[in-house]
Design a protein around this ligand. Structure first.
Ligand code: RAM
Length: 334
């Protein structure tokens, strides 16, 4: 008899546990800038892992083109689906504010990652690395590659991208230093994170500025497209390329000397951190106020700090330099 009661209690407990787990299961979405971006795919892979390892469901979305309008309609759908959190790499710092405010009024936590919205539109931003450092190191790299003088150009993503624009501002600050008196930034071109447009913008730069010594592409899509153009035109050693690239896409151009070195951070970890922050905010185990900390899975303890735009952020780490010595080790990772 006692044994039977024991079995019944065990079954009841197990049922309660399952029910409570099922009740707690929430949906968390991530919206990248656009589809077809391998960096975005890695970021969303990390987000999904983080959400699923905490027992929740991940929804991964992106508009076909990197526009604010495309992201706004996705956010509207997600509000209607009553997700618990939305992570987003924003295509515009301000244009998403009305719809994100609506999402927040509906109780949805907003975490930006990679490319932030303004402070009023989000709970917290996940910053890949110090933007000042990211901007400055790319100019220093181009300068060193070009031998300390000559024309340089930037091939960016979209003209509205918060992340690229902050980095470009820091590049311009770096260029004000006396050591760059013989270095001229001749143009900032926009390839819109589209392969074809980045290719034609690179070709146009080469044609318009025959004395171009280096191209800085602070976008994984742009740098890969530029790498191919410079390789096809046999310009290794004549026009140097640096910027932010995925090792898997850039190994070829690092090994053939088109891009002597470049930088990036781990996009999978960036998405993973966004996933942990989203769940912690929705669970109320994290407050988006400076000094709050939480456990971000394999990334351990992370802390909310003040961001330079008046909001708050969580920092992933430091940019990593990729060159011939380490690229083959990394090209299979991301
Ligand atoms: C592109 C995107 C992304 C950026 C990387 C470096 O893939 O623009 O937002 O962080 O490049």
């Amino acid at each position: 008899m006692l044994k039977r009661i024991g079995i019944v209690i065990t079954i009841l407990l197990a049922t309660c546990l399952l029910a409570s787990q099922a009740g707690e299961q929430k949906r968390f979405a991530f919206i990248f800038k656009s589809t077809g971006n391998p960096f975005g795919e890695k970021l969303m892979e990390g987000f999904k892992t983080a959400v699923e390892e905490q027992g929740h469901t991940a929804i991964l979305r992106a508009p076909d083109l990197p526009t604010a309008e495309g992201q706004i309609s996705i956010i509207e759908e997600l509000i209607a689906q009553r997700v618990a959190g939305i992570g987003i790499s924003a295509n515009d710092p301000d244009a998403l504010q009305p719809v994100l405010e609506r999402a927040r009024r509906a109780g949805i936590k907003i975490v930006t990652a990679d490319s932030a919205t303004n402070a009023e539109s989000r709970d917290v931003h996940i910053n890949q690395a110090d933007p000042e450092l990211i901007g400055r190191v790319q100019v220093q790299a181009a300068f060193d590659m070009a031998g300390g003088k000559g024309d340089i150009a930037v091939l960016s993503a979209t003209s509205q991208a918060t992340n690229q624009n902050i980095w470009i501002n820091w590049m311009q600050e770096e260029l004000k230093l006396p050591k760059y008196s013989n270095t001229k930034l001749v143009k900032v071109a926009y390839g819109d994170d589209l392969r074809d447009k980045s290719t034609s913008e690179t070709e146009a730069l080469l044609q318009t500025f025959p004395n171009l010594k280096a191209i800085i592409a602070p976008t994984t899509v742009g740098i890969a497209a530029a790498g191919k153009v410079l390789s096809d035109k046999n310009l290794a050693g004549k026009v140097f390329l640096t910027g932010l690239g995925l090792p898997s896409e850039m190994a070829e151009y690092i090994n053939n000397d088109v891009c002597p070195w470049m930088y990036l951070w781990n996009p999978i970890d960036l998405g993973y951190l966004a996933g942990y922050a989203s769940v912690a905010l929705a669970d109320n185990s994290l407050k988006a106020t400076p000094g709050s900390s939480f456990s971000a899975g394999h990334l351990s303890k992370k802390e909310v700090i003040n961001a330079s735009d008046g909001g708050t952020e969580i920092m992933l780490g430091a940019p990593f330099k990729f060159d011939k010595a380490n690229i083959n080790e990394w090209k299979t990772v991301y």
